[in-house]
Design a protein around this ligand. Structure first.
Ligand code: TXA
Ligand code: MG
Length: 345
């Protein structure tokens, strides 16, 4: 049951140590960044990440941003090209998120990327988020620390007001600096405008897409086919032509777009209580299945396993996937949202 009040601890060594212990235990903690307060969990622990969705009451699994200490840590998780390195060098630590191909050996839970082959990653500047990453020793997945549909929180009070006892601990380090979520960039497309303006991005990307900058070339806004000075001036996205969803350029790309979500290659039958001979049944609760999302009917456990089991079902020899009914309560709503999209043809 939801407790009415979270614990609010002022920033300090003891508070960071307590929060880090919670994180290592698979718990969630609200923590300020230079943009907004985030709701953080160990990005390598699927159940911990599922608790983020449960606490926010998010009706769908949007992929989450992973926060790491520095570029070296980011390169262990994502694949950087020359553009990404230039942007990281210029704006990290800071309010810029890069969407990059995720490495096969990243160790990041599939629920973080919602099953995509890209990952949103950033190096935050804020001492509390940096302190928590260091003390927990984990990459931290963190969406904004508000209930789903609410506005992003910029103070500990906002977090407490929005999430209440759904979050056990809030690290309080005053109002955030930017008060606006980070700028998100995929390739040369701005997916979400933010504190790092298009003009500032443009100044770092002065060579043609995909090519190394010529040695010694000066900085300065250069119009490219994808980032235009006009958009930079008005600070509005997208910069340049938006890649078609699911297009061959591998572009994303609008968050929440159907085409950017993982869908199994095989047909998926919902609300199945038993399997036909050609079906691989993913169970839940009383429906045992070939594998189960949760034998005990635990929705947080089910959310944590969902993308892994769909991937595994896609890879095995049976041509069709069936999945047990999932009760539409709490995080079950998000699971059903993803299943409806995955089953849609
Ligand atoms: O400033 C921020 O970015 C804050 C702080 C806590 O770091 N976080 C934040 O997270 O705003 P959230 O979950 O509220 O927004 C993350 C956005 C979502 O719109 C999501 O769809 C998008 O990032 N996103 C995450 N991974 C993506 C991916 N692989 N491709 C495209 N979009 C992605
Ligand atoms: Mg948000």
């Amino acid at each position: 049951m939801t407790r009415p009040h979270p614990r609010i601890l002022p920033y300090g060594t003891a508070a960071i140590a307590e929060a880090a212990a919670l994180i290592r235990d698979g718990g969630i903690v609200a923590v300020p960044t230079e943009t907004v307060y985030g709701l953080a969990a160990d990005a390598t622990n699927a159940e911990a990440v599922a608790r983020i969705y449960a606490a926010k009451g998010r009706p769908s699994f949007n992929p989450l941003i992973v926060h790491v200490a520095d570029l070296a840590a980011a390169e262990r998780i994502a694949v950087f090209d020359a553009d990404a390195r230039a942007l990281a060098a210029a704006f990290w630590p800071g309010p810029l998120t890069l969407v990059l191909p995720v490495r096969g050996d990243s160790g990041i839970a599939a629920l973080v990327t919602a099953g995509l082959d890209t990952i949103a990653i950033r190096v935050p500047r804020h001492r509390a988020m940096q302190g928590l990453i260091a003390a927990s020793g984990r990459p931290l997945a963190a969406p904004s620390a508000n209930a789903s549909g609410g506005i992003s929180p910029t103070t500990a009070g906002h977090v407490a007001g929005s999430l209440g006892g759904n979050v056990p601990l809030i690290l309080d380090d005053g109002a955030t600096e930017a008060g606006l979520e980070s700028t998100i960039v995929a390739g040369r497309t701005v997916l979400r405008p933010g504190p790092v303006t298009a003009e500032a991005l443009l100044a770092q990307l002065h060579h043609p897409p995909g090519e190394q900058p010529p040695p010694g070339e000066g900085r300065g806004p250069i119009e490219t086919s994808e980032i235009t000075a006009r958009n930079a001036k008005h600070n509005r996205p997208p910069i340049g032509p938006r890649p078609s969803p699911g297009g061959s350029d591998g572009g994303i790309i609008a968050p929440g777009q159907l085409a950017s979500h993982y869908a199994p290659k095989k047909l998926l039958r919902l609300n199945a209580t038993e399997a036909a001979s050609n079906e691989w049944l993913i169970g839940f609760g009383e429906v045992a299945g070939d594998v189960t999302l949760s034998a005990s009917g635990d929705l947080v456990e089910a959310a944590a396993k969902l993308f892994d089991l769909l991937h595994a079902a896609d890879a095995n020899e049976r041509p069709t996937i069936a999945i047990a009914p999932i009760p539409p309560e709490g995080i079950g709503e998000a699971i059903n949202d993803r299943l409806r999209r995955a089953a849609h043809r």
